[in-house]
Design a protein around this ligand. Structure first.
Ligand code: GDP
Length: 450
């Protein structure tokens, strides 16, 4: 096995920079780096040592910590050197380590080794990556839950039940000459349907989980002067967009990242849609249409003090994709009665005032509603990864196929094929049955040094 090395801290200058090693040559490399062939470190103790250049001159004084196998992150022998965080020094340590026989680690290779050595399963390894990448506190909470094994634990009952069903069916096949009696088939179907319900319930958390991890794109659209930029500024919490009473001032789309109840949101303010009066405005409107196509959700802003214009109606029609929320703005002023009646059959309507902030809580709730109910404190673990989601859906499909075959009283062997597939899909989530090339693909999305 190679001994791998990587800089574990982010590139650039910093107070401290950490170089990490894992593999059987760790101790010998460490001894050479500090030029002390007799050095006998106690595991998990920290030593202040001089790192020495190949010429014999001092390179840096650094803190060195050593971890004996199997009690390390990777499960192999490891050590870490905390140097001063100069890229020149860190690079020098890497070069010398390579001369001493270490190889630069691939992205995620430390965690891959941890996985292969049984220190964690695949979902936990993925949680390490997600934790490092988390954009919000709520996303970090989810990642830590997964790291602590909550996702694997949530899958466990379905797996155990499936194994029970498989064992029963297999032994029935061995000992029973005839087909399974109807009563047993009914029983099996009931148990299978319970497993399907559980797996589906977990899969259904993906809308919330994905939003929490990757965020959602929300575009504010509407006619000029209805208050789009004011609403954008309110939501962003600062005066980012230019607000004027002159129609058509926002000529380009601008975006800002915000956090709405723990969910990262990329909010885009767009140029008002109307028949453009000049070329620049025309381009702005084209960009608006692009932003509308890209968005996960549209906030269609309507001026609540004026009658619904034909432009308003055109935008509402354009946005009618099931992913829009209508915000009737300026509710601090006298309302135009005709509007509510005109929007009666539009499902999601909220009254807001970008000026006073009234109704914005309501707006946030409506924006997040399609993601399903998730209260990151109270809810269980969420599915945040499309790989997991896809495998859960394949599990459900496979189980449903088996159920169909059972209903037709067709061959038990065929029923078993579906059940075994379902079990394999669940196993792929936690990495028990994941092919090496898929593992490679997953770990390539990790940082170097993790
Ligand atoms: P946009 O063209 O749609 O981006 O609209 P702006 O945000 O530039 O706002 C147009 C005008 O409406 C400005 O004079 C704002 O001050 C005013 N306005 C926006 N929202 C509100 C609101 O909620 N209440 C009131 N009274 N005025 C508003």
């Amino acid at each position: 096995m190679d001994t791998i090395v990587a800089i574990a801290t982010s590139p650039g200058r910093s107070a401290i920079g950490v170089v990490r090693f894992s593999g059987p040559q760790s101790l010998s490399i460490l001894r050479s780096l500090i030029n002390d062939e007799t050095f006998q470190p106690e595991p998990k103790r920290i030593y202040l040592k001089q790192i020495v250049r190949e010429s014999g001159e001092a390179l840096d004084s650094a803190l060195v910590s050593y971890f004996a196998a199997p009690h390390s992150f990777t499960g192999d022998e490891m050590f870490e050197v905390s140097c001063h965080g100069s890229p020149v020094i860190l690079r020098r340590v890497l070069d010398q380590a390579q001369n001493l026989g270490a190889r630069i680690a691939e992205p995620g290779e430390f965690t891959l080794r941890a996985c292969k050595n049984g220190k964690m399963n695949l979902t936990q390894a993925e949680a390490v990556r997600d934790l490092i990448n988390s954009q919000t506190d709520a996303a970090a909470v989810q990642a830590v839950r997964q790291l602590n094994g909550e996702l694997s634990a949530a899958l466990q009952p379905a797996k155990e039940k499936l194994i029970q069903i498989i064992v029963r069916l297999e032994s029935a096949l061995e000992f029973v000459e005839d087909d399974l009696p109807a009563i047993q088939i009914e029983e099996l179907k009931k148990e299978l349907s319970n497993v399907v319900t559980n797996v589906e319930r977990l899969a259904a958390t993906f809308a919330a989980g994905r939003a929490l991890r990757d965020g959602i794109k929300v575009a504010i659209v509407g006619c000029p002067n209805v208050g789009k930029s004011s609403l954008f500024n309110r939501l962003v919490g600062m005066d980012r967009a230019i607000v004027t009473e002159i129609a058509g001032t926002t000529r380009d789309s601008i975006s800002e990242s915000i956090v709405l109840r723990g969910v990262p949101v990329l909010l885009t303010d767009t140029a008002g849609i109307r028949d453009a009066t000049d070329r620049i405005e025309e381009i702005g409107i084209q960009r608006t249409e692009q932003a509308m196509a890209d968005a996960d959700l549209l906030i269609v802003v309507i001026d609540g003090t004026a009658k619904l214009s034909s432009d308003d109606r055109a935008i509402l029609a354009k946005a009618r994709t099931g992913k829009q929320v209508v915000a009737i703005n300026k509710c601090d002023l006298a309302a135009e009665r005709q509007i509510d009646a005109a929007l009666r059959d539009t499902s999601k309507v909220v009254h807001v005032s970008a000026l006073t902030g009234e109704g914005l809580d309501n707006l946030a709730a409506v924006i997040l509603e399609p993601l399903g109910t998730f209260d990151s404190e109270a809810a269980g673990v969420l599915i945040t990864d499309s790989r997991h989601y896809d495998l859960l859906r394949r599990t459900v499909r496979s189980l449903q196929e088996s159920d169909g075959i059972l209903s037709q009283s067709a061959s038990e062997e065929l029923v078993l094929v579906g059940l075994h597939n379902a079990l394999r899909f669940l196993g792929e989530i936690t990495g028990e049955t994941t092919a090496d090339e898929i593992l490679g693909e997953i770990f390539s999305t990790f940082c170097i040094g993790k």
